[in-house]
Design a protein around this ligand. Structure first.
Ligand code: SF4
Length: 374
């Protein structure tokens, strides 16, 4: 363990409990009983940690204003792992006092992935915003902005950078003498994204929650520190966060756009979905006879992960499938077939929505002059 989590190196943290202890993340379980109608990923402890979420919960329960801040880095294609964040945003959009901010991290795509800003915009619109819309997020109720065009965020980033040293950034992100200046400065943009809803031009000081995977925690810790350092000038309230586990890939440890055979993309065709699931790593036995006799192991099975994270929202049904697997009443071939059918049912309906969303989102965001210039 290095003591450092690198948000740009897509590693799946092995031991969430150890990370929570090391970085002072509280257990989400302690707060769960107070949340009315929690999402399946809350009930299932996929959201496993938080920082100061009670502050948000109190606002939610009282119908008072609070902000949700999230971002997307336009690179690669959107897969099922990304969907988890959108599901959370949709859940928050049901709350009375929510103010939602959605940042397109095109500067990060430029700095970390080498994309041009124009290419980052195309990917953001076609692969992300259109999918967000199709999944049911109401983009008209979000402040959607592109980092490269947003003067509030860029100005705030520069102001914040006055009170951060290079040695601090090196300790958090592991920068070296070879690191280029855009990657050194980028964390300031990210912190400004997180804090800018609290500027007087927007909500002023307001409890803000950022739903993230554990790999994004370095940005959160820095943002919370910076909120304290600029408390006098801006009255910033340290942002809250929730942490979710990362969806495992069908073969590798983490579902990632850079490992396409292990990822289910929302735009995959039927044959591709079928092939990927049929090749997924399972907890099955070498022969069908053995599996019927001894049962399988859903706890290490990537097909069961699909059920757990996405495909079976009903808890009773999920437990039933788990028991069927453990007792050998279902074997992997049948079980994979069931996953394929569930996923294709979802994707068939989804594709129709996506086509409509793409048109809508292109006309709202496809043209650089159409985006929020506030
Ligand atoms: S039966 Fe299903 S859940 Fe069990 S190991 Fe096989 S694929 Fe996984």
């Amino acid at each position: 363990m290095t003591g450092r989590i690198d948000p740009w190196r897509a590693e799946l943290p092995e031991n969430y409990a150890r990370l929570m202890e090391e970085f002072g993340i509280s257990s989400f379980e302690e707060i769960l009983p107070d949340i009315p109608d929690p999402m399946p990923i809350m009930r299932r402890r996929i959201i496993f940690g938080h920082r100061d979420f009670r502050r948000i919960l109190e606002r939610m329960l009282g119908g008072e204003d609070f902000a949700v801040m999230t971002g997307l880095m336009p690179s690669g294609k959107m897969h099922l792992g990304h969907k988890m964040v959108i599901d959370q945003l949709i859940w928050y959009q049901r709350m009375r006092g929510v103010k939602m901010f959605l940042c397109v991290a095109d500067l990060e795509a430029y700095s970390a992935r080498g994309l041009s800003l124009a290419e980052a915009r195309r990917i953001a619109v076609e692969e992300y915003l259109a999918n967000y819309d199709a999944l049911g997020l109401d983009l008209t109720k979000c402040r959607v902005y592109f980092q490269s065009e947003d003067e509030h965020v860029k100005r705030l980033a520069f102001l914040l950078s006055k009170r951060v040293t290079l040695s601090e950034l090196r300790a958090i992100y592991g920068f070296t003498i070879e690191s280029n200046l855009s990657s050194l400065f980028y964390p300031m943009i990210d912190v400004a994204d997180i804090l800018h809803p609290q500027l007087p031009e927007f909500c002023g000081p307001i409890p803000t929650v950022v739903p993230v995977g554990i790999d994004q925690d370095p940005h959160l810790r820095l943002a919370r520190d910076m909120a304290g350092r600029f408390q006098k000038e801006f009255g910033f309230i340290p942002p809250s966060a929730t942490y979710h586990k990362l969806l495992p890939g069908l073969i590798e440890e983490k579902m990632s756009s850079s490992k396409p055979e292990g990822a289910i993309f929302l735009t995959d065709d039927e044959e591709t979905v079928r092939r990927k699931i049929m090749n997924a790593f399972t907890g099955g036995k070498p022969t069908a006879a053995e599996q019927r006799r001894e049962g399988g192991n859903p706890d290490i099975c990537r097909v069961f992960d699909l059920y757990f994270y996405h495909l079976i929202p009903d808890d009773r049904r999920l437990l039933e499938v788990r028991e069927m697997c453990r007792e050998g009443r279902i074997i992997c071939g049948e079980c994979k077939q069931m996953a394929v059918e569930l996923l294709l049912d979802f994707l068939r309906e989804y594709r129709v929505k996506y086509a409509r969303s793409l048109e809508r989102v292109r006309s709202a965001f496809g043209d650089p002059d159409a985006t929020d210039k506030s």
